[in-house]
Design a protein around this ligand. Structure first.
Ligand code: FES
Length: 114
């Protein structure tokens, strides 16, 4: 079974999940990573679940059209929409940017300016 490591507020949360688990679906039924995982729509429309993949990203499928649309350049920075991912291998991730609000775009602009 895949091991999921979630970094949150300086803590490292870790648990095994069944193969082909979706972390947003799991959180929705109050299983790990609930209550420590941010999500809202579960359908790739809000970006609340955006997560930076620290390790294990090489095992994930290529981003789908919803991820491309919602994440744009954040994909290049290692972010994925957790609600669009079914975990089959160990993965380590963090939700360190709120891409569901306008500040994410401002961060990107600041980075480009510096
Ligand atoms: S929960 Fe809304 S995009 Fe993933």
């Amino acid at each position: 079974m895949p091991i999921v490591i979630l970094h949150k507020d300086g803590e490292i949360l870790r648990d095994e999940v069944p193969a082909k688990s979706n972390l947003v679906v799991r959180a929705g039924v109050r299983k790990f990573p609930y209550p420590d995982f941010k999500y809202r729509c579960g359908m790739g429309k809000c970006a609340t679940c955006a997560s930076r993949i620290i390790s294990g990203g090489e095992h994930l499928p290529a981003p789908n059209w919803k991820e491309k649309k919602m994440l744009g350049e954040w994909l290049d920075r290692g972010y994925r929409l957790a609600c669009q991912l079914w975990i089959e291998h160990d993965i380590e991730l963090v939700q360190d940017v709120n891409l569901a609000d306008g500040r994410a775009l401002a961060l990107l602009a600041e980075d480009k300016a510096s």
